[in-house]
Write a protein that binds this ligand. Structure first.
Ligand SMILES: Cc1cc2nc3c(=O)[nH]c(=O)nc-3n(C[C@H](O)[C@H](O)[C@H](O)COP(=O)(O)OP(=O)(O)OC[C@H]3O[C@@H](n4cnc5c(N)ncnc54)[C@H](O)[C@@H]3O)c2cc1C
Length: 465
């Protein structure tokens, strides 16, 4: 259906980006993301672009010649969204990596899409401002974060990537360059096209510049590690904690088994691993008095909620020990098994405990190991179904049964298919089951408007026409 890359196309691309930035032999890892189960793509050639004019010329040509184009940031996605399914061009933003400005006087930053999250976070902090979105993988690009509407640990207090994007420069499938949104604090000017782009996974346009909102950087942070005697009492504390006068910056839950995997993977122990379930709660403030008041009110509340202890991490070293372990959970589970699939479901925080009971039931019923951890404060769970030594034929039969059951139950709990990782090609069927035919039809109509030839990351989020 799409045209394969031929000599004429290669000559065109070489003309635009030069020999050095045209990759005819794809580097390792360029045809996949971080979830091996979603397979290898079939991208034929890759280009490193360095400005929107190059992107514009390439898209114009691809559109005229019916060539699929898949944008790639750092390839850290978890749903196969940067994995090309219809050959064509992989367009890498890795070299569009300049921070154009960070302006504390307007609390905004302007960046190219290939800037890494860790670079932006560090440079903002040097100027005493903060870019609040904090997804776990710091080597992801800001363009990738925008394209997946990435969430992360601090979403409970600050919201997600979409909440911090004021404007986007975008190249449309036709090659036209447009700017959506403005560097203003409010905007009620027609349809929210900028917001539609965020989370569209490279299917509606290619982001070439982002204007971001910053906030003052809180100077003090304290994390509390709170053990519970079971996961139910742990999760029952969550709706109580969110009602305290000061909202915490992170509110994560984890079970002992995941901590065991992390110890095995990192070779380092967590500050405590004796109890079946834990919360990590962080408070941030600008003065010690404010912070002490927040910790007192949380501690008083936790004592009434069956917390077994409260370990306070108030030094950089102690906090790093907590957060380095928390940050390694996904890789630790991946390391503990031969293959795994993931559900990134999100639901009301009051439903998580029942959902975890259901996961346990599924795990016993099908004799499959399932690991779960997540953002308790915003109801976003990461559920990993592990193959371990399950023989191939049984795994092939079992996995869809378990995944279908996980998504069906999340729907019953009034949840959504993805809290932050997106849909890609891996979760399309579940999206349709969740939102229904009318919304899928609306999404198809939107795709037709922005990309009538369906050249942009085809077969992602919705099926090819
Ligand atoms: C260990 C680990 C922890 C993670 N933790 C989190 C977490 O806490 N929260 C979270 O939300 N995610 C998390 N992720 C997932 C991943 O890091 C995010 O989805 C991230 O936003 C992807 O960014 P990327 O640059 O790697 O994009 P890629 O994986 O390269 O691409 C992702 C999608 O964005 C599109 N895209 C990329 N750049 C552009 C652009 N400039 N214009 C248009 N489309 C574009 C691609 O086509 C693709 O559809 C984690 C991943 C790992 C491996």
């Amino acid at each position: 259906m799409y045209k394969n890359i031929d000599k004429k196309d290669l000559a065109f691309l070489k003309d635009i980006v030069g020999e050095d930035r045209l990759l005819i032999t794809l580097p390792d890892g360029f045809n996949n993301d971080e979830m091996p189960i979603y397979g290898l793509g079939n991208g034929e050639v890759a280009v490193y672009v360095i400005n929107s004019t190059e992107v514009s010329k390439i898209l114009h040509y691809a559109n005229e010649n019916n060539i699929a184009v898949t944008t790639r940031g750092s390839g850290t996605g978890l749903v196969g969204s940067c994995v090309p399914l219809h050959g064509g061009i992989i367009l890498s933003t890795a070299k569009m990596n300049k921070i154009i400005s960070i302006d504390p006087s307007t609390m905004s930053a302007v960046v190219e899409p290939g800037v890494l999250l860790m670079k932006l976070a560090a440079e903002a902090e040097n100027l005493n401002v903060m870019y609040p979105p904090d997804p776990g993988e710091k080597s992801a690009t800001i363009g990738g974060n925008a394209a997946t509407n990435a969430g992360g640990m601090r979403a409970i207090k600050y919201g997600v990537t979409r909440d911090y994007i004021k404007a986007l420069e975008l190249v449309l499938a036709s090659g036209e360059i447009v700017t959506l949104g403005k560097d203003v604090s409010k905007n009620s000017s027609g349809y929210a096209l900028k917001d539609l782009m965020i989370g569209s996974e490279g299917t509606l346009g290619i982001i070439t510049k982002l204007t971001l909102k910053l906030i003052p950087k809180p100077t003090l942070n304290v994390s509390l590690l709170v053990p519970f005697e079971n996961i139910h009492s742990c999760l029952q504390a969550v709706p109580e904690l969110v009602q305290l006068p000061d909202i915490c910056t992170t509110l994560e839950f984890m079970e002992k088994e995941v901590l065991d995997d992390a110890k095995e993977y990192l070779g380092k122990d967590f500050p405590d691993r004796h109890y079946p379930a834990y919360l990590i709660i962080t408070y941030s403030a600008s003065t010690q008095i404010q912070l002490d008041a927040m910790i007192k009110s949380a501690s008083d509340k936790l004592k009434t909620l069956n917390a077994k202890d409260i370990f306070i991490s108030d030094t950089v070293e102690r906090q790093s020990s907590l957060w380095n372990t928390r940050g390694a959970f996904l890789e630790a589970i991946k390391n503990s098994t031969s293959l795994m699939d993931e559900a990134d479901v999100v639901m009301p925080i009051t439903r998580i405990a029942d959902y975890l009971d259901y996961i346990n039931q599924l795990s016993h019923q099908h004799q499959v190991r399932i690991r779960t951890f997540g953002h308790a404060g915003d109801g976003n769970l990461h559920v990993y179904v592990c193959k371990d030594d399950i023989e191939e034929a049984r795994w092939t039969e079992l996995l869809p049964i378990v995944m279908d059951a996980l998504y069906a139950r999340a729907l019953e709990e009034k949840g959504a298919v993805s809290g932050e990782h997106g849909i890609g090609h891996a979760k399309k069927a579940y999206l349709e089951a969740s939102v229904g035919k009318t919304q899928i039809a609306l999404m198809r109509s939107i795709k037709e408007v922005f990309d009538p030839q369906w050249i942009l990351n085809p077969d992602k989020i919705i099926d090819l026409k």
